[in-house]
Design a protein around this ligand. Sequence first.
Ligand SMILES: Nc1ncnc2c1ncn2[C@@H]1O[C@H](COP(=O)(O)OP(=O)(O)O)[C@@H](O)[C@H]1O
Ligand SMILES: [Mg+2]
Length: 233
Amino acid sequence: MGDGPNFSMTPRLELRRVSKTYRNGGQPVEVLHEISLALEPGTVTALVGRSGCGKTTLLNLAGAMDFPTAGEVLIDGRATSALSESELTALRRRRVGFVFQFFQLLPTLTVLENVELPLLLAGSGARATEAARDRLRWVGLEEKAASMPYQLSGGQLQRVAIARALVHGPDVLLADEPTGNLDTASGDQVLGLLRESATRFGATVLMATHSAEAAAIAGARVHLRDGRVESVD
Ligand SMILES: Nc1ncnc2c1ncn2[C@@H]1O[C@H](COP(=O)(O)OP(=O)(O)O)[C@@H](O)[C@H]1O
Ligand SMILES: [Mg+2]
């Protein structure tokens, strides 16, 4: 991605007056209220706000794991709610990467196999090993390829998780409290990699976080309060 102004008409990821109401038997609860955002390739945006304000809900909508009750989530101008099941599967497998607070590596697979997995699911098995090694080298953990997850530290596990999230070249990288379970030094490494995901790989990075340090690496911070955008800075 160049540094110049982006003249494309369509943002990579757009939320248009997105609301989300959960209805689980009891009273309906509106968790997000008319959120609008437009995010471009090669940018990092932090989603900030206290626990329960709707950050994870918003990430799930942005990754087409779940759908708004009102409004639209658009990826390259296409509303996720208008996609067929097979288009949704393709979108999730090819265009979206996820990083979680608790890493979510599969404990019975090696580090390398964990990183290969998204490529196998996306039907790119032939180049999976090479691409996975490449990403492990990028996060500085090529020598751990044959290790099992239990042999790694939290910071190393999260770097593997970032390698996995980026291995299939997703356009959108969603990170949910990615440093929430890490010490400062490991957290800083992880934040550096998330930035590089944007600057080097052109991903549109959206990161939910409690941490002011994490929020500070983003180009913009969206402050959520009671399901609404309180401010953007
Ligand atoms: N699947 C669900 N069904 C019902 N309520 C939910 C569900 N997921 C989250 N919530 C509620 O929605 C609110 C926002 O949750 P969440 O998006 O996880 O917030 P955050 O990630 O900012 O902590 C919370 O009150 C939570 O209890
Ligand atoms: Mg959350």
